[in-house]
Write a protein that binds this ligand. Sequence first.
Ligand code: AMP
Length: 397
Amino acid sequence: MAAKSINNVDFNGKRVLIRVDFNVPLNQNQEIVDDTRIRESLPTIRKVLDQGGVAILMTHLGRPKGHEPNFSLIPIAIHLSKLLNKNVVFDRELFSDRTKDVIKNLKGGDIALLENLRFYKEEELGDEDFAKNLADLADIYINDAFGTAHRAHCSTTTIAKFFQEKKYFGLLLENEIENLNKVLNTEKRPFTAIIGGAKVSTKIDVIRNLINRVDNMLIGGGMAFTFVKALGGNVGDSLIEEDKLEVARNMAAEMMRKGVNLFLPSDAIIANGFSNEAETRWSEADNIPDGWMGLDIGQRSIRRFAEIINNSETILWNGPMGVFEFERFKQGTKSLAISTASATIRGAFSLIGGGDSVAAINRYNLADQISYVSTGGGAMLEYLEGKELPAIKAILD
Ligand code: AMP
């Protein structure tokens, strides 16, 4: 890892192609709703520029089908220019002679942003010629896009082979890997994982890999009900994945065998419809009447989970405890966010990742109290599953 850090590279006079993740949400007026991903890559960009390198940025935005003007990076180029307080060269064409000339004429300290790579189908296909054309623009390649590190696309993976010894992790990507490794290999115990969200099917491999590492596994959210049912409970109309009952039962048994403490919600806030306006009640989590569904963990579970978190030295959290988007089912997620923040202030190491968990922690203004907030959703899950991410492998190879 250290050998692939940009900390020891001299960028002076070099042309540096940086894969960033500027896949930010835009509203109907093409305004950026949340620029976190752009700001997160500024340290890497500034390092190259400050040392007198030319920064050529590339990213995708959304899922366009061909050249769709709504997915153009023009608003991002304008915003980046404001953040850096300097002109950002932008051209709609990717490989025209004019674009190549413009890029060739950039001087040390200049910056350019290439148009949305997903306007070209070759990007997602990992096409070699396309990658070579991109690679020809620069001397050095940096990948700073953790959010797409699990994708074997041109700009994240194929391109690396054209840079041999001159490929590096950007500061953000390096930081992500270091912090995820810090959690996965922690010696600060007890180590508690909090896993929530809608479906168990998307987290099975994460749970399986964590069983060998954690002391406590707290499971909440919709997926908890597949576990509750698998262990004999009545969960009414709660979200259930019938085809995962067996897997859930086996995982619970494996945790018991391996001495991992599995905590499922013992009570729930239930509703007679999936809506903020539905009628709600308290219920034992394993005795939910038909016609009712669990949409949040209950007070007793919150107290128990908070107690475990308070006694933990390492905390990993992915996925909300309930339908936190609805005001009436946010309490479980909010309370555990507060518990995780206070455990961190006390000295525990905490890492939170995944779109919804990060949205929750931001909504409660607690991000500053968490040791590390990961920018990767799918990429983080795959890393936690123990998989080797193609973009990381491409740099290390
Ligand atoms: P995920 O992307 O798998 O982390 O799932 C996040 C989603 O899970 C959020 O949109 C939550 O509203 C949803 N969720 C959390 N708890 C429940 C629940 N008890 N029933 C249904 N959906 C839930």
